[in-house]
Design a protein around this ligand. Structure first.
Ligand SMILES: O=C(O)CCC(=O)C(=O)O
Length: 334
């Protein structure tokens, strides 16, 4: 028996063409002001209690994109899997308008893969070098969309996303592995990228192969966005963030791929890291940590304790999972 879905299309043909031609797409007003107010409140609570604060991604590119003062003061707050912390975010991840838009490009079946917070601090909100997201969670092909849900607006001075239009057609590129994976900033120049300003409630889609980055947030307010990763479930993951962890099906059904069965139960024998974390003393709350202690993609355990009003003595929550060595981040701050 074949499960079929009949749903009306959400995206216009013009929007579909734009995505396929440029590798990104801004969808305006996907979330209402009321929805954003609730997401914002719950996000602030989660940041205060569980997020990791640091200087942002590491690597030699920092000196190229920031002066010495900016480099020292840059701030980024990160967290994985917000849906494990706040119900409003679980509802956001499965919001029908969002999911149908994703299904129009990826579908009909769509699997949620991960959520990662990137909150740039005021005045010195950390920039991102030009890169693809492929090295962080490599997949076999391009049927993977990162959807950036904007809780705050972001314009040119507010550290908005910037894309090299059409670069998704290059496929997966080799990245420089010194620090966080990034491309040669003199070849793939942020000056050549198209800015994609957005308002609260907007969602910006881009392909796992689209080259992108963003500048410092120079505005005197936070720029909080959540990256929600979704894929066509036929597109197999090869390693990296969330590897081996079956995602939630947000549209359609999981295809049966050969004889393999997804490991939804987990393997307690593999779970040594979780046991170690629970047994280990949690470091006390302290001043903002450095580049190597917390970054845009956070540590594997969400890192309670450091900065942003972290809560001392609270057991760290392993939302990253422990699905074997291929699932681990390249570094704690990736
Ligand atoms: O949040 C940003 O400004 C950039 C995010 C980014 O590069 C990413 O999510 O891969």
């Amino acid at each position: 028996m074949t499960a079929t879905l009949t749903r009306s299309q959400q995206l216009t043909q013009q929007e579909l063409d734009f995505y396929h031609q440029h590798g990104y797409l801004r969808l305006q007003g996907v979330f209402s002001q009321d929805e954003i107010a609730e997401l914002s409140d719950e996000l602030d609570y989660v940041i205060e209690n569980f997020a990791t604060r640091g200087k942002g991604w590491s690597g030699p590119w920092r000196q190229q994109l920031m002066n010495a003062d900016e480099e020292q003061q840059s701030v980024l707050v990160a967290l994985h899997e917000i849906e494990c912390f706040a119900a409003s975010w679980m509802r956001a991840i499965i919001k029908p308008r969002l999911v149908q838009s994703l299904a129009d490009i990826l579908g009909p079946s769509v699997e949620f893969h991960h959520a990662t917070l990137h909150a740039k601090g005021p005045d010195f909100g950390a920039p991102f070098p030009m890169h693809q997201d492929h090295p962080f969670y490599p997949h076999q092909d391009g049927r993977y969309i990162d959807a950036i849900l904007h809780v705050d607006g972001a314009d040119e001075d507010g550290g908005c996303l910037k894309f090299l239009a059409g670069s998704h057609k290059l496929g997966a590129l080799e990245h420089i592995r010194e620090g966080s994976p990034h491309l040669d900033q003199t070849v793939y120049r942020i000056e050549d990228a198209v800015s994609c300003p957005a308002d609260p409630g907007d969602v910006v889609f881009f392909s796992i192969h689209t080259i992108h980055g963003s500048s410092l947030n120079r505005r005197p307010r936070w720029r909080r966005v959540m990256r929600l990763g979704y894929r066509n479930p036929h597109n197999r993951q090869l390693s990296g963030q969330g590897y081996g962890r079956p995602g939630l099906m947000v549209s359609g059904v999981r295809p049966k791929l050969g004889e393999e069965k997804p490991d939804v139960y987990g393997d307690p024998k593999l779970n040594t890291a979780l046991q170690r974390d629970v047994a280990a003393p949690v470091p006390p709350a302290g001043p903002p940590s450095g580049t190597t202690n917390g970054g845009p993609n956070g540590g594997p355990n969400g890192g309670a304790g450091a900065g942003a009003g972290g809560t001392a003595g609270v057991e760290r929550i392993n939302v990253y999972g422990n699905w074997g060595p291929q699932a681990q981040p390249l570094r704690d701050d990736d």
